[in-house]
Design a protein. Structure first.
Length: 273
């Protein structure tokens, strides 16, 4: 009796093997060929984007999203070929996706932020960006994070979720920038003489633009000084060079022309009773 049951079970297993083996073999072949086709499609899309000189920040994003979507479709098709009921499978997949989505809500927010950044392009690779309390050059825009390289060569990783919804300053969108500076002289010093020194420094600097013209004027009669507002236009790449040059050279030229740069002072009167 036991032998008969064993023979019956072995017959059933053999029948199932004969029935499902072709389906399984066909599914494996389909999976291998499908992955090869998806890889070829991804490479082809990448080459087309290179020929059309598309923004390099978009290429890895579009190629990876396309590859993931095609692989999901291939996986569903292969599972259906084996004989799994797709309605129940999709329901289970949806429930699992919901649970994973709730667990990774922050990660999905960063992903959505990355999509927004890549679509609306508030900045691109190579831009000097100030955002989320950091300043640096954009090195890479990933799906979940944006990587900056600080001016002192530190790597800064900022999640895209907050970056896409927060305020930012992009210093690279305009070809020129205005250098705003303030210099003070004493109340006993000659205003016209000091203004002439500042005028000469700006007029003779090769990286200060002639158009728009620079601007010099008395901006404030402060407690200890008469302050000049100095505004000069430069190419964006020359901003810091001109700024630091003026800070050092103005002091030297004021000293040569006996123009004092005042500092806060306090008079103390002592009364003897």
């Amino acid at each position: 009796m036991d032998l008969n049951k064993m023979f019956e079970k072995s017959d059933q297993l053999w029948t199932m093997a004969l029935e499902y083996a072709p389906k399984l073999l066909l599914a494996i072949i389909t999976l291998i060929i499908g992955l090869w086709i998806i890889k070829a499609i991804s490479k082809g899309i990448g080459k087309i984007m290179d020929k059309n000189e598309l923004d390099p920040t978009l290429k890895p994003f579009i190629v990876s999203i396309l590859s993931i979507m095609l692989k999901i479709m291939l996986f569903i098709a292969v599972v259906g070929m084996i004989g799994v009921q797709m309605t129940s499978f999709i329901a289970i997949l949806g429930a699992a996706g919901l649970a994973i989505g709730m667990a990774l809500s922050g990660t999905l927010q960063n992903f959505a932020g990355g999509v927004i950044i890549l679509i609306f392009k508030p900045f691109k690779v190579g831009d000097l960006l100030e955002a989320q309390g950091y300043l640096g050059v954009v090195k890479e825009i990933q799906l979940f994070n944006t990587i900056l390289l600080s001016l002192d060569n530190k790597t800064i990783i900022i999640p895209n979720g907050g970056l896409s919804t927060g305020s930012m300053i992009n210093y690279s969108t305009q070809p020129t920038r205005r250098v705003d500076m303030t210099f003070g002289i004493g109340y006993s010093d000659d205003i016209d003489k000091a203004k002439g020194v500042l005028e000469g420094l700006l007029a003779n600097h090769p990286k200060v633009l002639k158009d728009p013209a620079h601007f010099i004027a008395v901006s404030e009669l402060a407690d200890s000084s008469v302050n000049f507002a100095v505004r000069a236009w430069v190419n964006a790449a020359d901003y810091w060079e001109v700024f630091f040059y003026m800070q050092e050279t103005v002091k030297k030229e004021f000293d040569k022309n006996d123009i004092g740069i005042p500092f806060p002072q306090r008079d103390i009167h002592v009364y003897n009773h």
